[in-house]
Design a protein around this ligand. Structure first.
Ligand code: BQF
Length: 290
């Protein structure tokens, strides 16, 4: 069965709009998200555009700060300091990746954790590890929301996470192993140095693919009945597509959908849920301040 992230995201956005309208009616401050976009990377520009459009849909005010790829780290840190002290702005994101002259860790560390709606600051990641209230990183948050909405049991399941990135694989493995629901999984992280990847993937009740390799997971690597979550967004050349490419996940959807019990498509799976998580975190940031 297909897990429809697009449809689920539309439903949650409708719920969020009602919640935000109520919040504002009762005298709450309308949430305000700022996004910092450095350079003109086509994918980054489209992600930011999508985030701003989604803000409009749910009644979150948004501000886009666009800077050239040549910006210095000092200049960017000044912008972050301004956002930290701007009381109008409840939360903000710095769109990744950043150009080579800028160190992403230095930037992330400068973000006020109270405004870190991407949940990338070590304080927020640490709070997640301890099960404290925090801004969950958007993609892992989106994935657990999908598991929850589709009533997919996770307790006691073996979840294999393919990929150990700071923003997806690593935090998701923590989240799914916590004593919570969704959670209580036995988690294995598989990465580029893992031996016998296929043997381990075949043991997964829940398989999360987040390595950034188009159609890496083939049907002979998946246990029949497994739940398959595809986080990959890979461009592959396609002369028949409008833009000359199409988006492909880390999973061979056609083959794997025949044996999986549930599977997320790309596009329209995890991606839209990532955006919804950002919106939820922004509302939380606005509500926390009062
Ligand atoms: C969809 C991202 C890699 C590196 C930096 C909807 C998004 C993607 C796909 C989206 C992503 C990926 C984002 C779909 C935000 C997810 O319909 O399938 C939405 O906007 N994403 C990002 O901001 O930075 C990234 C992936």
């Amino acid at each position: 069965m297909k897990i429809d992230g697009r449809q689920t995201s539309i439903e949650i956005k409708e719920e969020l709009k009602l919640e935000i309208d109520q919040w504002v009616e009762q005298g709450g401050k309308r949430p305000h998200l700022a996004a910092v976009l450095v350079g003109e990377d086509a994918a980054s520009m489209s992600y930011v555009r999508g985030k701003i459009k989604s803000c409009e849909k749910v009644g979150i005010v948004s501000t886009l700060i666009k800077k050239p790829a040549s910006i210095s780290q000092e200049e960017l840190l000044d912008i972050i300091d301004d956002l930290n002290s701007n009381n109008e702005v409840d939360g903000y994101i710095v769109q990744l990746p950043l150009p080579g002259q800028i160190d992403e860790h230095t930037v992330t560390l400068r973000i006020n954790p109270e405004k870190d709606v991407d949940g990338f600051h070590p304080q927020n990641l640490g709070r997640m590890m301890l099960g404290l209230d925090t801004f969950l990183p958007a993609t892992p948050f989106g994935i657990v929301t999908l598991l929850d909405r589709y009533n997919i049991p996770t307790e006691g399941k073996h979840c294999v996470v393919l990929g150990r990135s700071n923003i997806v694989g690593t935090p998701l493995s923590v989240l799914l192993s916590r004593k919570r629901n969704p959670g209580n999984c036995t988690v294995t992280i598989v990465h580029s140095r893992t031996k016998n990847i296929k043997e381990i993937l075949l043991q997964a009740d829940i398989l999360v693919a987040a390595i950034g390799r188009a159609a890496f997971v083939q049907s002979d690597m998946v246990k029949p009945g497994a739940v398959v979550i595809d986080v990959g967004i890979n461009r592959v050349d396609d002369i028949n597509a409008k833009r000359g490419y199409r988006l492909v996940g880390d999973v061979d959807y056609t083959g794997v959908s025949e044996i999986a019990s549930f599977i997320t498509p790309v596009p329209g799976g995890v991606g839209p849920m990532t955006i919804v998580s950002l919106l939820k975190n922004t509302l939380k940031a606005a509500q926390r301040k009062s």
